[in-house]
Design a protein. Structure first.
Length: 448
């Protein structure tokens, strides 16, 4: 059967219209403030630095006054250091009077940090747990709307919309119930995903990509898939509708780009953020990654790394939160796109690695799904770290003692993903985090 480009475009347009209605309908009920936030982003895109700073100051002060009254954790913290936002917060620099918080602090004080915020509905959110620690918190609607509006606004710079057909390099849970749930959500979001480097599965994924307008997910998986695509003889001509490739959650190495461009015709652009902070910055066609100063204040500290304050996090205040990433920020240079907000020049954190079996390789995020399954199915929550120095062998380290029963469950869950390709060794009572650097859930000494 001869390929009909016109018929393909017609079919894509019809389907996109359907998924556009899904997206708009869902947004109407979930995010009633989405349009106003989106309009704010459009209105402020060419504001100068002074206007951004003034608006940031007002938003931070309003948040600090609110949390002093509504969050017992922050009220106690302010009392301990003798800080009153009405009296002591007179410029953005005064934010440095407050202590830096970490994920450990969020976990230990989760209930006290939460506020009784009743002005908006809230949604349950959770971190990915790639550091071995899953944080669950409530996210108010304005916070959620800001995140979605940022993506809507950013995608538009590439002539892409969130409801467009898209490929997704992200994990899925192998339990039947969770996998079915994932498939339903994927359908509603007009996306298809890949979580294996098996060539036949990659080939099926790449054939679906012919109809997609964008590709997103772990940068290491995008790179690995690009290499396989080249081996299979795919070229950018096979992906005529693709307009954007977005990498998240991991560092994008320069050497990734050559293979990705050769395979797909576009470089990987970067989205920087976290579940706790929301989207912090996004890379635009100008080549720069601009910070969303409409919603976040970013500080860079030699010891704490990236420190983020989210202006709309009223339900679970994120104030001077250390991500642990090492980044470089440029606040002086002007940009050809006209945006005056700070530019993220380099991100040294979020390094993606592969776990090597005797025969196959696996994304390091496989560990996240193994331990998430243990939490969901067996109510066993573990902090962990994977360590590999030899192909086909993986050491799993734990800071606490691991019983024989739990060890058995870990091995059984690992077997679902690795089959007999990797030998697992369990090491307990191991100090997996020195606190000097960001806790890494997987360390590899294997040369790829």
């Amino acid at each position: 059967m001869e390929f009909d480009q016109k018929q393909l475009v017609k079919t894509i347009n019809s389907l996109n219209l359907l998924f556009k209605y899904f997206w708009l309908l869902g947004s109407k009920f979930r995010n009633p403030k989405l349009n106003s936030v989106y309009n704010e982003l459009k209105h402020s895109e060419h504001f100068n630095s002074e206007i951004h700073n003034n608006q940031s100051f007002e938003k931070v002060k309003q948040l600090l006054i609110f949390v002093q009254e509504k969050s017992s954790y922050y009220r106690n913290t302010f009392n301990e250091i003798g800080f009153d936002p009405n009296r002591d917060f007179n410029s953005l620099d005064d934010i440095k009077k407050l202590p830096v918080i970490t994920k450990d602090i969020l976990l230990k004080n989760c209930n006290d940090i939460h506020t009784s915020f009743q002005s908006e509905k809230v949604f349950l959110s959770e971190t990915s747990g790639t550091s071995g620690q899953v944080l669950k918190f409530e996210k108010n609607e304005s916070w959620d709307s800001f995140n979605r509006a940022i993506l809507l606004y950013s995608y538009e710079q590439y002539d892409v919309r969130p409801w467009d057909r898209n490929g997704y390099f992200w994990g899925f849970n192998k339990s039947p119930k969770q996998r079915f749930k994932t498939q339903v959500f994927d359908f509603l979001q007009n996306r298809f995903r890949l979580f294996s480097y098996d060539k036949e599965e990659v080939k099926r994924f790449l054939k679906k990509l012919r109809k997609a307008k964008y590709l997103g997910g772990y940068s290491s998986m995008i790179y690995e898939t690009a290499k396989i695509a080249l081996e299979l003889g795919f070229t950018p001509l096979d992906f005529p509708n693709l307009k954007m490739i977005k990498g998240t959650s991991e560092k994008i190495y320069p050497y990734y780009q050559d293979a990705v461009i050769k395979a797909f015709g576009h470089k990987i652009i970067s989205e920087y953020g976290a579940a706790e902070t929301g989207v912090i910055a996004f890379e635009y066609p100008c080549g720069n990654m601009h910070v969303f100063e409409e919603n976040v204040l970013v500080e860079v500290d030699e010891n704490a790394g990236t420190i983020v304050t989210n202006f709309s996090s009223y339900s679970f205040p994120i104030i001077r939160y250390s991500l642990g990433d090492s980044i470089e920020i440029d606040v002086e240079s002007s940009c050809s796109c006209g945006r005056s907000t700070a530019i993220v020049k380099e991100i040294d954190g979020r390094i993606g690695k592969n776990i090597f079996g005797n025969v196959k390789s696996y994304p390091s995020l496989t560990l996240y799904y193994i331990f998430k399954n243990l939490a969901l199915i067996h109510q066993i929550e573990l902090q962990y770290q994977g360590y590999q120095i030899e192909r086909g062998k993986l050491i799993l380290r734990f800071p606490l003692s691991i019983s024989e029963h739990v060890s058995k469950l870990i091995l059984e869950e690992s077997e679902k993903y690795f089959q007999n390709d990797i030998e697992i060794q369990i090491v307990d009572n191991f100090e997996i985090h020195t606190k000097k650097t960001k806790l890494r859930d997987f360390i590899s000494e294997v040369i790829a």
